[in-house]
Design a protein around this ligand. Sequence first.
Ligand SMILES: Nc1ncnc2c1ncn2[C@@H]1O[C@H](COP(=O)(O)OP(=O)(O)O)[C@@H](O)[C@H]1O
Ligand SMILES: [Mg+2]
Length: 415
Amino acid sequence: MKICVIGSGGREHALCWKFDQEGHDVFCAPGNPGIAEVAKVVQHAVHDRKAILDWANEVKPDLVVVGPEDPLIAGMADMFRENGFAVFGPGQAAARLEGSKAFSKDMMKRAGIPTAKYQSFSDPVAARDYASAEFAAGRPVVVKASGAALGKGAIVCDSLEEAHASIDSMLVAMELGEAGRTIVLEERLEGKEFSLLTLVSGSEILSLPVAQDYKRIGDGDEGANTGGMGTFSPVDWVSADLVRETEEAVVRPILSSLADLDIDYRGVLFSGVMLSDGVPYCLEYNVRFGDPETQSVVRRLGDGFADALLACARGEAIPAIEVLSEAVCTVVIASGGYPGEYEKGHAIEIREVMDGVEIFHAGTRMSGEELTTIGGRVVAVSATGLDGEDARAKAYAGIGAVRFEGMQYRKDIGL
Ligand SMILES: Nc1ncnc2c1ncn2[C@@H]1O[C@H](COP(=O)(O)OP(=O)(O)O)[C@@H](O)[C@H]1O
Ligand SMILES: [Mg+2]
């Protein structure tokens, strides 16, 4: 089939790569130089809705896949649906699950989903008072911007001072802009985290293999939070039973709550889960594929991925997708300075890689004939192997094929 993908990151490269592997005819806007190797790319910006719609009208795809959260939150899936396209991606009403953490938490509470106790605020004085009372009762809080803040909106606070400073930075100094105009203060939970990616076609669901992600910049989970520095799959401590339990406790109830509001969900639901005292608590929902989870997950799937997405887009029963036994390890290579101010414009050299290794582009561009860095996360090296150790060894060998000034990556993905 013909598939149009919207987006330009590593996630979209992985999606386009998978569709191409399955033999589909892939188109992407605005894409990136890596995507251009597996899809016909046009450079329309994601926010240029008229250009994107005109392009889709010309291509006439059987399926449109909207990759990133911003266009979903802005209603791009609705735009395509209104124009008669089969779209994988929730409409604006459902995308509020990611666009507003305050809404999302209210929905979780209404649905009886296990989640951290919380309260939402837009008044800094009331927020500070609440934080003071929580800390006084021995309950540290997490301060979260309600809006989408590119992974910079959640601060796990160790002290009341830190909580007050975080509240002020969002509600008073407005450091996160609109995204931080409303904040959520949450009880801090302890536990291990995993994320579950579930394909959703109305009330039908199909969870994909679980990938573990690494959020911090430094080895051993030290340092600042990032968009994600690597992933691996399978994750041995997340059993099939835990996945089923999470589906029942976290995924199905939110979908029925949305259905009660007449909101239909057709896309992927990403549940961020913390397993605390054996209970899967929902930390958040995202309404799109994870990045860099997707780079690992698509490589664990046999054929039928695009067919499953098409079924979701049409609201039909989701056909099963074969899950491969190989393990996958994906390591992100970032620019010097990331996740702070980072360097751009360095030439990238990529040499031949061995079988089983793919290089997914995220922050790359062509400057004339030369491939150069433009983003914080530049490429991800993704390798399959017979087991986790084999995949890990191949991914790190693959890193040796990539070179640019200032490159940094974690050494402990998959350990
Ligand atoms: N209630 C909580 N208790 C403990 N840690 C939390 C809690 N909420 C979030 N975190 C931590 O902060 C990270 C980011 O929070 P999340 O809600 O996923 O926001 P976002 O991904 O939008 O930044 C989580 O992956 C988790 O490590
Ligand atoms: Mg998150």
